[in-house]
Ligand binder design. Sequence first.
Ligand code: ZN
Length: 168
Amino acid sequence: MAEITVSKDTVASVHYTGTLPDNGEVFDSSEGREPLTFLVGHKQMIPGFEEEILGAKVGEKREFTLTAERAYGDRDETGVLQIPRAQFAQLEAEASLEAGMQLVAQMPHGPSPFTITELSDEFITADFNHTLAGKSLTFAVEIIALRQATDDETSHGHAHGPDGTEDH
Ligand code: ZN
């Protein structure tokens, strides 16, 4: 039997470390945790991450840098909103707000995370862009395990855990 490689409808378990190529800062890593397990070819991951590990075997390591378009996309300046500070009165009664804080707004289409970038007496500037939007990202990835997806997994569009037995 041919050795399985990362391809559509396989379930990959990987260790990874993501760094910003500009300054080497680690923004995310599976180090010290269980490997990340995901179904390949079903938009579970940012597009470039999957593309760069296609064809890899268990034990293989790859390192690559993605442009923003292949990672979290470009920044959208229309996603930066001035919200009247009065709307935060209830929250401010419990916690003090500062620039850099991440909050979640309940929007008609569902919860939307944002980052506070500025505060004035009247307004709060809320950035709804993903914190990694507009950034190039470097990943070091090691393929820990690989198997064919089950029929349930491909029809659900997600992995059912490392061995395919988790139920959701
Ligand atoms: Zn499921």
